[in-house]
Design a protein around this ligand. Structure first.
Ligand SMILES: [Zn+2]
Length: 243
């Protein structure tokens, strides 16, 4: 399944690129310095990438994009249920909340997205870095979708249930690696932003109210719609955009 392969590849690359290693002997350290591209050769990245399974992706995505979530319209009960679900997954994995007090929700006031009677929330998971914990890599996906229309639920499995659950599974792989002593070199913030479909409000709100200083935020990898291949293009490609 392409979704799984995409995540596997992404995770493997990320693990290889970012993982720290257990405390090494001096000899190993010297070797590491000499061969920087092979710095984490002793880490079996695939062991952690393989924690990303088709069954987990499917089970979580099917629930996340089920009718129960009512299309996850920003500020709606369905969207809040989806946010609660994400929090519960992070709690189950033992991944901390991304707020400084360890909680998971960043409340976005309704006035911010032109619905003063409502509130919405970004959901934040966090794994602390081992060598440069003050530097933060943000991996993001939008948690909302377009809700219901004329009684029909727009489930948003691809847009962006696929990216959302990808974040969960990537977080799980990093968490398991960290538990074995291979924590990421820099901190990773798993940022699920709300209000994307109605005007990119969640990501805008976070960037104006960052939990971790923007000058220490080294990059943002955003994942949207990776559940299927674009038929207009013949090859399975990954778009990497630089602003
Ligand atoms: Zn999207």
């Amino acid at each position: 399944m392409n979704f799984k392969h995409t995540i596997l590849a992404l995770s493997a690359v990320a693990l290889i690129a970012s993982c720290s290693s257990k405390k090494k002997s001096n000899e190993e350290k010297d070797k590491k310095e000499m061969t920087s591209t092979n710095a984490f050769a002793d880490v079996d990245a695939m062991k952690y990438a393989n924690t990303i399974t088709l069954d987990e992706l499917r089970d979580q995505l099917y629930f996340y994009a089920s009718d129960e979530m009512e299309g996850r319209y920003t500020g709606s009960p369905g969207q809040k249920k989806a946010a609660e679900y994400l929090q519960s997954l992070y709690e189950k994995m033992g991944v901390a909340g991304g707020n400084l007090d360890g909680t998971y929700f960043q409340t976005v006031p309704g006035s911010y997205f032109n619905k003063p009677d409502l509130t919405s929330e970004n959901v934040l998971g966090f794994i602390k870095g081992t060598e440069k914990p003050e530097e933060v890599l943000v991996i993001s996906a939008h948690l909302d979708h377009i809700g219901t229309k004329n009684g029909v639920v727009f489930n948003g499995a691809d847009d962006d249930g696929s990216g959302t659950i990808a974040l969960i599974e990537i977080a799980e792989a990093f968490k398991k690696a960290a538990e074995d002593g291979y924590g990421p070199k820099r901190s990773i913030l798993f940022l699920h932003v709300t209000g994307e479909e109605i005007g990119l409000y969640g990501s805008k709100y976070y960037s104006e109210n960052p939990v971790y200083a923007m000058e220490n935020t080294i990059a943002n990898l955003n994942i949207d719609m990776i559940g299927r291949i674009d038929k207009k293009r013949s090859k399975n490609r990954l778009h990497l955009l630089n602003r």
